[in-house]
Design a protein around this ligand. Sequence first.
Ligand code: GLN
Length: 492
Amino acid sequence: MSQAEKVLSGSLRTLREALDRKELTASELVEASLARMDRGKDLAAVVTRNDEKALRAAEEASRRIAAGKPRSVLDGIPVVLKHNIVEQGELATCSSRILENFVSPYDATVVERLRAAGAVFVGRANMDEFAMGSSTESSIYGPAHNPWDPTRSCGGSSGGSAAAVAAGFAPIALGSDTGGSIRQPASFCGVVGFKPSYGRISRWGLIAFASSLDQIGPFARTVSDCAAAFELMAGHDARDSTSLPEPAPKVCERLDGEVAGMTIGLPKEYFVEQGVSPGVLARVREAIAVLDKAGAKIVPVSLPHTTHTIATYYLVATAEASSNLARYDGVRYGRRAKDPVDLEDLYRRSRSEGFGAEVKRRILLGTYVLSAGYYDAYYGKAQRVRTLIRRDFELAFAQCDVILTPTAPETAFRLGEKSGDPLAMYLSDVYTVSANLAGLPALSLPCGLSDGLPVGLQLLGKPFDEASILRVGDAFERATPHHRLVPPGAAS
Ligand code: GLN
């Protein structure tokens, strides 16, 4: 492994220092990233690349840095994007046949902002088709593999982004989280994944799955790296009507390593023995002990509607998906069936050939729950239960600053283990979907290994209080070595 590749394994902060001290150039760093992706091709984490463009951007960054004028902490830093975040002139397929040849004519707001900050986009990451899934198996590129054990899933749907950071391809990757798609893969791959509050980061240029739940966020090796990327992306965007009117909050300056005086709530419904693997529970309990020792006050809280979260999510998310995906009709975007006999044949065949099984299942389910006669019984009721779930959090947050839970009930499962059983797959999201339903910021960070596989710790914050969860996460990292663990192959 070259010196530049070794540097690339570090955190954003160490990379920044190496670049600014001129120990290496941005071009060398980006070359190292491309070399690592070549060697790690079998993971199928990054599935499309434009090396020439990346090298050109890196040269420009190298010149700025040499002149002592880096644009931001991300200037010259390799960044991986999920395949549902559009980048001008590049494929944005959502891992779906229906968008197989779709090249975006514009940049997403996050891409525009990171590009302006000097970030170098080195590749586009594998994902579950249209972000529907928890394993990155439902993809036209084939499944992505977990760098800790390639026979296992890297989680999903942003599994490629998580695996890319874990395998040392780039210190930052972007994903999207509708029901856990940033946090669960972060937990499976032993990296940090951060879903900000709904509305915090513009979704202009994120290909929509479920619009009342979707949010973009970063993956990184440390909490402070996530915070740095977040600050550069967040803040109002007039092109997204759900974007908060405020500028990005200054979270980095709040990371002072202190948790003394903060109250951390443990929801009793999330700490039940059945359904959670004992290894996961053990690591999470150790993490609680660390925070307790650091001076945080640990209190029990209750989220009584937890048992309804999965059902509620899979009604709201499928309803919105069926509506969002209606635009793929073979006329305006992507794949078009050959030689249709009439318009209906064009629609029918373009959609049946273009969508995979899970996406079809969701469109059918969503269309059903929105249909006349069933709307009130299913969709309307799910919306009412969603309000109850949000109220649970309001009450719980009256007693604490941050809520702590496991991120996922288990460590990375084997590829193929759940792909034939949609319900088992849906249950992977049991701890993550409530943050999306309630619009809360949420963070997953590594808290150790169980049988050689990473375990993730989840921190949930009050709406728009990203700072508190980042602060607790950062303090936890300072007190523990878990974020420094790398997959067996990644160090060589
Ligand atoms: N696994 C969940 C689902 O399949 C969440 C996906 C996501 O967050 N994009 O819907």
